[in-house]
Ligand binder design. Structure first.
Ligand code: HEM
Length: 492
């Protein structure tokens, strides 16, 4: 059942990358199938028959188009309308960043919106469209919190990473391998809490449970988008358990309360500021918890292991070049400073390349605010007001018409002239060359996040020459088990 719009003689304005006027206007290929059955067929293809990447690649080939109609999971009974128009190339994807063209209300998780019970009864910032006044209030507050903490980003992270590497080494010597994910999650939560609350979570009633409590809370919200991949759980049973009905809030309620109280009592200074700016204290605290626990912690939970995975698998020749750049610059600049990091062109490129090849938040959604025409490299397509546009970002950031050898991790891809390609790096829900504002939906911590990636590499190569690791996949991101570390000579 296709509800494709018909071509009109005077198409609405185009959107995307410098719109060419001579592209043929085509009907969007693909269909949604029969009501109820079509979305379930697509859900089984996505999770079980094909898997995510093949799901998109096979449809690109079948329709000979990077723009097509399909259903996105979860579908019935969780999402009322799973019908989307997928945009899967570097040219059409940025329509999702244009908040004059797409409505971003309640689409943070896609075609469904988890119960507000998970967020204290409030629709937090990430669910708000910039046309809603509260979006500017909360996002403006986050931007100012980050600006005020600018000088803490590096020293706090150095401290967290020092504990992290000590723990990795201890586990390696005890067990012969170290589970990087668990240690990194603990370090990430402690970093975020200390950044915003000025104290260690272990000095609050959260204790050492923070990352575990958050991971469970995240799972209960994101379960409709996961497959556990368990050998002994039949697909139909998993589909029924995870993708058919929402998981309730009550199993994670006491954990959320503990986290909320930890933030409420520790962040009194910034909550006072929030009240002065006109926010209600409890709503501000739920927003702070979501921003720390979902936006920041979940982002770091994916990004840090991904970065180590790509760096580890790139091999020793890249490790030597990174170590050399880092040690030379740190020596000449007298430490790990903003100006030192700015001079490390290979480090910067490696972080951008990891974010390009494996964007930590791979899905973006938005409802068309008006009738419009979007275009891929080859054709233009008309979209009607109200239709859901969806992007699977890895397809766009591995677009072979923009990036050479797009499936390959090329550490120095963005060095020198390669910097021109940064406008096609979209991990932050915006171009790497754009900035987050209260009018857009780009991650307010965009610059901080790339800084964290750089500091992680720098601190690693100030201590070690190289590493080996076993990598795999997890519900959120990659699993990394470090199997050996070779200490840098000066620290050995
Ligand atoms: C590795 C870490 C991070 C990653 C990968 C990441 C990624 C993203 C992405 C992709 C979005 C847009 C989501 C969408 O609408 O589709 C986003 C939004 C957001 N991020 Fe980040 N983020 C990270 C860290 C942080 C941190 C440290 C903060 C702390 C301030 C933060 C705060 C936010 C907020 C508040 C939004 C919603 C923006 C809005 O509603 O306009 N993020 N982030």
């Amino acid at each position: 059942m296709s509800s494709s719009p018909s071509s009109s003689s005077s198409p609405p304005p185009t959107s995307g990358d410098s719109p060419p006027s001579n592209l043929p206007l085509k009907k969007i290929p693909g269909d949604y199938g029969l009501p109820f059955l079509g979305p379930i067929r697509d859900r089984y293809d996505y999770f079980y028959n094909q898997g995510k990447d093949k799901f998109f690649q096979s449809r690109i080939q079948k329709y000979n188009s990077t723009i097509f109609r399909t259903n996105m999971p979860p579908g019935p009974f969780i999402a009322r309308n799973p019908n989307v128009i997928a945009v899967l190339d570097a040219v059409s994807f940025p329509v999702l960043f244009d908040t004059t063209k797409v409505q971003k209300k309640n689409v943070f998780e896609g075609t469904f919106f988890p119960s507000t019970a998970f967020t204290g009864g409030h629709r937090v910032c990430a669910y708000l469209d910039p046309s809603e006044p509260n979006h500017a209030v909360f996002k403006g507050w986050f931007l100012s919190l980050l600006a005020a903490r600018h000088n803490k980003f590096i020293p706090l992270l150095q401290n967290s990473l020092s504990h992290l590497f000590t723990n990795v080494e201890a586990e390696l010597s005890k067990k012969g391998k170290a589970d990087f994910n668990t240690l990194s999650d603990n370090a990430s939560f402690s970093y975020v809490f200390r950044l915003f609350c000025d104290r260690d979570p272990s000095d609050t009633r959260i204790g050492s449970d923070g990352s575990n409590l958050l991971s469970k809370w995240l799972f209960f919200q994101l379960a409709p988008l996961f497959t556990l991949g368990l050998k002994y759980l039949p697909n139909f049973l998993e589909d029924l358990l995870l993708h058919t009905f929402r998981l309730p809030f009550f199993p994670v309620k006491s954990g959320y309360k503990k986290l909320y109280e930890g933030f409420y009592t520790s962040a009194s200074k910034i909550l006072d500021e929030a009240e002065k700016l006109g926010m209600k204290r409890d709503e501000a605290c739920h927003n702070l918890l979501y921003m720390s626990g979902f936006n920041s912690y979940a982002g770091m939970k994916v990004m840090f292991p991904d970065l180590i995975k790509w760096m580890a698998t790139a091999g020793e020749s890249l490790h030597r070049r990174l170590a050399n750049e880092i040690r030379t610059v740190v020596k000449s600049e007298g430490g790990v400073t903003y100006s030192a990091l700015a001079k490390m062109s290979l480090v910067k490129s490696v972080v951008y390349e990891a974010l390009r090849i494996d964007p930590p938040v791979p899905f973006q959604y938005g409802h068309a605010k008006t009738d419009m025409v979007i275009h891929s490299h080859d054709a233009a397509f008309e979209i009607k007001k109200g239709e859901m546009i969806f992007g699977y970002q890895p397809c766009a950031t591995k677009d072979g018409r923009v990036f050479e050898n797009p499936e390959e991790f090329v550490g120095d891809r963005f060095v020198g002239d390669g910097e021109k390609l940064l406008k096609y790096v979209y991990w932050s829900n915006g171009r790497e060359t754009d900035d987050p504002t209260t009018e857009n939906k780009q991650c307010p911590a965009k610059d901080m996040v790339v800084l964290l990636g750089r500091v992680l590499l720098v601190e690693f190569f100030l201590r070690y020459d190289t590493l080996t690791a076993e990598v795999g996949t997890l519900l959120l991101g990659s699993s990394v088990t470090i199997t050996s570390l070779s200490k840098a000579e000066s620290t050995a």
